[in-house]
Design a protein around this ligand. Structure first.
Ligand code: TXD
Length: 309
């Protein structure tokens, strides 16, 4: 199996390390900055004898070695600075996404595309438009990260192992995301039985602002350890046909009353990519929140279309 990762910055390089060290696939890392991808790839390849994995890792500025990739992960793009919203990255990252997908399509037209660059739901839309591939093969990572933040905060609150927490966060990757406490449990026990309502409210709020909290602490750049772990889980689920049901940004075709809009929903990820969009029974309020989040994404897509008229 082979994965190309575009962008050898914080998220891209950490994804490469996780995917290679977990022996999920060989990795080709590509970046526009001369020497960056090649240098990081060589460094990671030299860790292989110590870590004890056999994945091949290489890097460069050229797209030709992406040929034969099963999945291309696209992290190329600017990260947020303190005070910026993800939508503030639209003009720059929309252009980068267009350029990257055009290049990838030349050498790996059949590779699945997993978007990471922000604004995530809109770059996923752009990737699908430029590649012309079906929704099963063009999707984005955001919900696994947002859900992992929610799960981590719940585990901290309850004082339990983070792996015991299952949770669900739907919607766009932004302030309008929709954490679902009603669908979140600790070892099967609904969190509503374990955590007082006002603490759940505070955890939901912290989850919504989870990315900004880290941007504020780092002052330069944004989160990358948890985002890279999220990408590796999605890539592993597909390449190993594990069929995890994970929140995934995907084009909806009538599900949740939404048509032709890209937003995070639970999806089964297996060897065919997005094999199923799973429909959860939502309360009226939850559905209204999801639809509002989708409307926000659609507004940003329209802004992108206007910029490119
Ligand atoms: O949940 C999510 N989807 C996210 C998204 C979680 C974390 C980060 N998220 C977004 O990913 C973030 O807002 C950014 O838009 C991207 C990448 O974040 P990262 O932290 O990795 O940014 P870096 O360290 O600046 O790395 C970006 C790299 C850098 O090395 C650039 O040289 C490269 O992208 N880059 C390019 N590579 C190839 N081709 C082009 N055109 C290009 N432009 C920049």
């Amino acid at each position: 199996m082979k994965v190309t990762i575009v962008g050898a910055g914080n998220v891209g390089a950490t994804c490469a390390q996780r995917i290679a060290e977990a022996s999920i696939a060989d990795v080709y890392l590509v970046d526009v900055v001369d020497g960056l991808a090649a240098g990081k790839a060589l460094d990671m390849a030299q860790a292989a004898p110590i870590v004890g994995h056999g994945s091949r890792i290489s890097g460069g500025t050229d797209y030709a070695p992406a040929e034969g990739s099963d999945i291309v992960v696209i992290t190329a793009g600017l990260p947020r600075k303190p005070g910026m919203s993800r939508d503030d990255l639209l003009a720059a990252n929309g252009k980068i996404t267009t350029e990257v997908v055009t290049n990838i399509t030349k050498y790996a037209p059949k590779a699945m595309l997993l978007m990471v660059a922000n604004p995530l739901d809109v770059t996923t839309y752009i990737a699908q438009q430029v590649s012309g591939q079906p929704r099963e093969r063009v999707f984005g990572m955001a919900g696994v990260l947002d859900t992992a933040r929610f799960r981590a905060f719940i585990a901290m609150e309850v004082g339990c192992a983070p792996g015991d927490v299952t949770a669900m966060v739907l919607g766009g990757h932004g302030d309008s995301m929709v954490p679902l406490p009603r669908h979140s449990t600790v070892s099967g026990i609904p969190i509503t039985q374990l955590i007082p309502a006002e603490r759940i409210e505070a955890i939901v709020d912290r989850t919504r602002k989870g990315g900004a909290e880290i941007v504020g602490l780092l002052k330069q750049g944004s989160a990358f350890y948890a985002p890279a772990a999220a990408v590796a889980q999605m890539v592993g689920s597909i390449l190993r046909d594990e069929k995890h049901i994970l929140p995934t940004c995907v084009q909806l075709k009538g599900e949740y009353g939404l048509d032709d809009v890209f937003v995070g929903v639970p999806a089964r990820l297996g060897s065919a990519g997005v094999e199923q969009v799973v429909q959860v029974d939502l309360s009226e309020d939850e559905l209204a929140d999801l639809q509002a989040s989708a409307a926000h994404v659609q507004g940003t897509v329209e802004a992108w279309k206007t910029m490119n008229q």
